[in-house]
Design a protein around this ligand. Structure first.
Ligand SMILES: [Zn+2]
Ligand SMILES: [Zn+2]
Length: 368
């Protein structure tokens, strides 16, 4: 029976990587996404580093929320170096599907184009990671599980006493994505419909409910809400939310937050975790939601909206020529700067504790 659950939101720069540690007599690990980061020219996979530091050699479950590179880039570090008991993927990708070989051929063609088209090391890296992932899925059919909602149980090998329920993606997205890929109407890097296939699931540990959402979209959540209302469920009553899609204003709004949190009956503190991408996300509208609903924000990175406008417009910069100023601001915006860095949400029967590697609260917290 699991006694402590540690949810580690790792600072994966412009992407996601979450490692959950289930501690009882022994520990089991679940990894959700595994973005590769770059510090100077060194490539680092934060999930790999985290697990190696703990001398882990087995991953209970690896979940790839969806096929965007900021979520799977660098996944080969995990596939090559750990024994993985189970891999969970969105429902359109499993080798169990009749369409799989067709999809695989399309992807192979795309990866080839992708790699040949450019000499960019980063792009080559994405292609490589995707090729590893597809190879692994094709050859480990017995370990692959397709996740889909609107409510289904997700089990992690070796973990007991914790419930996980998959809410998204909804089943019908499978056909939609098959069609899009079939018609070749997609690009590996720019295929926004892929976010509709994001896996979102809720963990219930000692009564604390955490909703992990990948890049799930509001369209899908609205449909989820509609389908849940058939069973008279109108509120998910969670305690912690990983803001969908790095805090994009299109996928985070009042309606979603009112569906996820119970603001009327449940007076407990409510937490919002954001894997800011260091550039646009979180959008400034998300800070309005944080203030309106009095959520406690926790953010792995800064976005340019984290700071009040008076700070962003750096006063001394008026002395710098205008062109230079634009260059500097653009440059600064492209850097992922850790806000709180790695964030740890630790849950046990007796307490909920949230700490982070920078030791700083989110600048938007009003109570510090
Ligand atoms: Zn993403
Ligand atoms: Zn995405």
């Amino acid at each position: 029976m699991c006694e402590i659950v540690n949810v580690n939101f790792l600072n994966a720069q412009a992407g996601d990587s979450i490692v959950i540690e289930f501690i009882s007599d022994t520990s089991e690990y679940v990894v959700i996404d595994s973005n590769l980061t770059k510090i100077d020219s060194d490539k680092i996979n934060p999930a790999y580093k985290f697990l190696k530091n703990k001398n882990v050699d087995t991953i209970s479950t690896l979940i790839i929320s969806h096929l965007h590179q900021d979520h799977y880039n660098g996944v080969e570090y995990l596939l090559e170096n750990f024994e993985i008991k189970k891999i969970v993927i969105p429902p359109f990708l499993s080798a169990k599907s009749k369409q799989y070989n067709k999809i695989l051929d399309r992807y192979k063609k795309k990866i080839r184009e992708f790699v040949e088209r450019c000499s960019d090391d980063d792009v080559f890296q994405y292609g490589k990671s995707l090729a590893y992932l597809l190879h692994y899925v094709s050859n480990n059919d017995d370990k692959v599980e397709e996740a889909s909602g609107k409510e289904s149980i997700l089990r992690f090998p070796g973990v007991e006493g914790v419930n996980a329920t998959v809410y998204l993606p909804l089943r019908r997205i499978k056909g939609v994505l098959h069609n899009l890929i079939d018609n070749n109407d997609y690009d590996l890097n720019n295929f926004p419909a892929m976010n509709d296939s994001s896996i979102a699931f809720c963990l219930n540990c000692c009564g604390h409910k955490i909703l992990l959402t990948g890049d799930s979209t509001f369209t899908q959540w609205r449909e989820h809400k509609r389908q849940m209302s058939w069973d008279n469920i109108t509120n998910l009553n969670i305690n912690s939310l990983k803001a969908p899609h790095h805090g994009s204003k299109y996928d985070n709004n009042e309606e979603l937050y009112e569906y996820c949190f119970d603001f009327n009956e449940n007076r407990e503190a409510k937490h919002l975790f954001i894997s800011a991408d260091g550039v646009r996300h979180p959008d400034k509208e998300v800070f309005d939601l944080i203030n309106k609903f009095e959520l406690i924000p926790h953010c792995t990175n800064f976005s340019k909206y984290c700071l009040p406008p008076s700070v962003v417009q750096f006063k001394p910069m008026t002395d710098i020529p205008k062109k230079m100023r634009t260059f500097l601001l653009n440059y600064a915006e492209k850097l992922a700067i850790p806000c709180q860095g790695d964030i740890l949400l630790s849950i046990s029967e007796s307490e909920i504790k949230i700490t982070n590697s920078s030791g700083m609260p989110c600048i938007y917290r009003t109570d510090w």
